[in-house]
Design a protein around this ligand. Structure first.
Ligand code: HEM
Length: 425
């Protein structure tokens, strides 16, 4: 069916803007490694964080949804002018937010954020409508629907925080609100979406039998339940933060258990795929960082001695945002782009491309990206809390190179699918 062929230019444009945002964040640190300073809670650092969380993570998810929706969820994502308006609104809203964070003008940030909210609501509404008629198991739809809901809730909270900065009417602790917003967005949006989509994507990629059954909903229920407890506890500055953290870890454990079952029942590998699949290795590396994040998150929720609290929070944020979330998106893109490139070439030629989608991944590119991230993430995660400028510069430079290589890799696969130059083995 034509409407289930992900061939529009929308994913490409979201991916291009995502690479530009992440490259800009790392470049800023290479140019000025003293920018973060001792605390992560100041306007310029918050601007860089949103280049990663909105510019990279959210743009990548929105772009990927135009590929994954039709291919893995059977949700038609035919694009029209409204999708381009949403893309333009999202990109200009994100630029506006980052610029206003940078100059510490929170009112302007909140107005720009309304554009971002509207764009996400538009894609979310398409997803919700399509999921109602989709053949994907309902628990997968539950994860995806909750993810969009959480992102919108996080955006509303962020907008309220922005307006509250100059008016001070909410009467809540600024740190509590910031942490509630950050977890609603990072866990509720990115983690929930990654978990839900993985139930369909991992079996497609391995390949393995598609998991089914109501028990798939367990991770969504535990993650969402934990998030509600965590957000309320953070906003009320209550000591029940640990209950929320524990439920979230239980949700992640239920997800990992399902994935292990899938891996144990994998089917034979497609012969065209390169022998070592570095993009999948990158997702494995991301899961190692998830373990670090979960352990530190639990420790912080129970209580870390005051003298170690700031360092622990720095490492928790670095491990969670860069090591796990940003990196898992890199790995997933490495396996989604070949499929997208194949469909795009099909649409432009009007006939199946000569090269199979599984033959598009190119090990030297994917290996270079894997190595650059593997070296860059720990250097930066260690350099930030210790204010070690050499480690920050080197880590950010390696990651900057990783992002540029990632962009070149996307272009390489798109060109090769259209019959461009064959790489050296
Ligand atoms: C329209 C969407 C968004 C809005 C309006 C928004 C707004 C804000 C605001 C106002 C703050 C600062 C709070 C303060 O100064 O107390 C903040 C911090 C933060 N936000 Fe967002 N945000 C959005 C999207 C996201 C997303 C998608 C993520 C994660 C995936 C995220 C993660 C964070 C983090 C980690 C911080 C803490 C940064 C630091 O302390 O350095 N935000 N956000």
């Amino acid at each position: 069916m034509k409407e289930l062929a992900p061939s529009s230019a929308i994913p490409l444009c979201y991916y291009a803007s995502a690479h530009a945002a992440l490259a800009a964040a790392f470049l800023a640190l290479v140019i000025d490694p003293s920018l973060p300073g001792a605390s992560f809670y100041h306007p310029r650092m918050i601007a860089l964080v949103h280049l990663v969380t909105l510019g990279w993570l959210t743009a990548s998810i929105l772009g990927s949804f135009y590929i994954v929706g039709p291919l893995a969820l059977r949700v038609p994502m035919v694009t029209g002018p409204a999708d381009w308006v949403a893309f333009t609104g999202f990109t200009s809203g994100t630029i506006g937010m980052v610029a206003h964070f940078w100059t510490n003008s929170y009112d302007g940030m909140a107005w720009s954020a309304i554009l971002v909210f509207t764009a996400v609501a538009f894609v979310g509404a398409r997803a919700w409508r399509g999921l109602a008629a989709s053949i994907a198991p309902w628990p997968v739809g539950l994860h995806v629907s909750l993810a969009f809901f959480n992102m919108l809730a996080a955006a509303v909270l962020g907008i309220l925080i922005g307006f509250d900065r100059t008016r001070g009417v909410l009467g809540l602790s600024p740190l509590g609100m910031m942490l509630a917003h950050a977890h609603l967005a990072a866990v509720g949006w990115v983690v929930m979406m990654v978990v839900g989509l993985s139930y369909r994507l991992i079996p497609m990629i391995l390949p393995a039998a598609m998991p089914t059954g109501a028990s798939l909903a367990l991770s969504a229920i535990l993650l969402e339940g934990g998030l509600v407890v965590l957000v309320v506890a953070l906003l009320r500055e209550s000591s029940f933060v640990w209950c929320g953290a524990l439920l979230i870890v239980a949700g992640l454990a239920s997800f990992v258990t399902r994935i292990r079952l899938m891996v144990a029942r994998r089917l034979p590998r497609p012969p065209a795929l390169p022998r070592r699949d570095w993009s999948t290795w990158q997702t494995h590396a991301a899961f190692v960082w998830l373990l670090v994040t979960a352990a530190l998150g639990l420790a912080l929720s129970v209580g870390v001695p005051d003298e170690h609290r700031l360092t622990t929070m720095w490492i928790y944020g670095g491990a969670g945002l860069l090591g796990f979330l940003a990196q898992i998106v890199v790995g997933m893109q490495g396996r989604l782009v070949p499929l997208y490139a194949w469909y795009r070439a099909f649409a432009s030629k009007g006939a199946p491309p000569d090269v199979a989608a599984n033959a598009l991944p190119h090990a030297p590119f994917a290996r270079a990206i894997f190595l650059l991230w593997t070296a860059g993430v720990p250097l930066l995660t260690w350099g930030l809390p210790t204010e070690n400028h050499v480690a920050i510069t080197l880590g950010a430079a390696l990651l900057f190179a990783g992002v540029l290589t990632g962009g070149a890799y996307v272009a390489h696969m798109l060109i090769r699918a259209r019959g461009g130059p064959r790489p050296n083995p």
